[in-house]
Ligand binder design. Structure first.
Ligand SMILES: Cc1ncc(COP(=O)(O)O)c(C=O)c1O
Length: 376
């Protein structure tokens, strides 16, 4: 049996271990230390964000984005339905109501027309307006930020970008994550770069960054003893974890380049099957192609499950696309505005192994199995 081909395996650059050693030499084995500062600096200089706060996960970063924007207790928060639960669970932590919006065909991300419809209907009915929108840039591909920003500006809705999967992607010349009021990245083990687990909140608003830092370290007031006017969290990133992240930042451009090559190779190898529709890249954007994803037009009888099983039989990992949040049992009562597109993606789509350490031969093997199942 061949070595397992994973969906997205960690891919170290080499210097991570050196920076971990630096942290050990300094004896900063805690959520304080130079590695954290260096990792934050690297994210700021790469993305152009004014402030960056290193945290224990992308989910924690989203939670702090909501807290710092004052979203709480019964507020409605608009969110992409086609996403991963970590991108919306923090809405529940703050006792708010998620309002899920479907995707459109040209971006697979949040549909601006549905967003506009949702906001207009809220306005017309005189209901309380949603305070924030969490927009995901899924699989490393950008959402239609020009339109989304214009709509949210009109209705006074703060934008939080869930760029957990899209570090290194740009749209309109800006990095995803740096366009809204706040953005977040994830360094979970399967992401384009990993720190073994972790997240980062980025913002141009100094107050948001200051408050996020304060809340992430148990909201301690500046006294020698422990004094608290509010409660916080233990969300700060460890110095050891940051050392890995710092090393990974040095190879991020190569990782994006390789993932894009892998996508291009899959596309080339399957180009004669027009019913295989790969995730698009909207005009003016450059995705990081974190995962190569596609759906199969109804004309094909093949199901994603058949492909996943055939790949698994060859020790290759693949996955269905995200199951939309408005169809999840936990959100059965949540308001939503949908067009069936994300449900179709879930039924007919899948993610192919896309790790940057994959060889071209691995990609060819995966593509051959996909082709064989479709053509059988
Ligand atoms: C779209 C999306 N949002 C949020 C998260 C949460 O990030 P983390 O796992 O670092 O908490 C992830 C990844 O896991 C994700 O893919």
């Amino acid at each position: 049996m061949n070595n397992r081909i994973f969906l997205s395996a960690p891919h170290m650059g080499g210097n991570e271990i050196k920076y971990i050693q630096e942290a050990f030499d300094a004896n900063y084995i805690s959520p304080v230390g130079e590695q954290i500062t260096k990792f934050e600096e690297a994210i700021k200089s790469f993305t152009g964000a004014k402030h960056a706060v290193a945290l224990s996960s992308g989910t924690a970063a989203l939670h702090l984005a909501l807290r710092t924007l004052g979203v709480k207790d019964g507020d409605e928060v608009l969110a992409s339905s086609f996403t991963f639960i970590g991108g919306v669970a923090p809405i529940m932590y703050e006792r708010c109501t998620p309002f899920f919006i479907d995707s459109d065909e040209d971006s697979w991300n949040l549909d601006p027309l549905l967003l506009l419809e949702a906001l207009e209907s809220r306005k017309k009915s005189g209901s309380k307006m949603p305070k924030a929108l969490i927009v995901a840039h899924l699989y490393g591909q950008a959402a239609k930020m020009d339109e989304i920003v214009a709509i949210c500006d009109k209705y006074g809705v703060a934008i939080i970008e869930d760029a957990a999967e899209s570090l290194g992607a740009t749209v309109g010349g800006k990095h995803t994550g740096t366009i809204g009021k706040a953005g977040i990245y994830s360094f979970n083990g399967n992401k384009i770069i990993t720190s073994s687990g972790g997240g980062m909140l980025v913002t141009d608003d100094e107050e948001v960054a200051k408050e996020a830092r304060f809340l992430s370290t148990q909201a301690k007031e500046p006294f020698l003893h422990y004094e608290h006017e509010t409660y916080g969290y233990n969300y700060r990133m460890s110095n050891i974890v940051a050392a890995i992240g710092r090393g990974q930042m040095e190879v991020l451009p190569q990782r994006v380049g390789r993932r894009r090559e892998i996508f291009a190779l899959y596309k080339e190898l399957l180009k004669d099957i027009p019913e295989v529709k790969f995730m698009p890249e909207i005009a003016g954007s450059r995705g990081n192609r974190w995962l190569t994803t596609f759906y199969m037009d109804k004309k094909l009888k093949t199901t994603p499950d058949e492909i996943i099983k055939a790949l698994e039989a060859q020790n290759i990992e693949s996955r269905p696309l995200w199951k939309p949040m408005h169809t999840q049992p936990v959100f059965k009562d949540a308001p939503h505005l949908t067009n069936d597109f994300s449900e179709m993606l879930f039924e007919r789509g899948l993610c192919l192994p896309s790790g940057s350490s994959m060889e071209d031969e691995d990609v060819m093997l995966v593509a051959k199995i996909v082709r064989d199942v479709i053509k059988k």
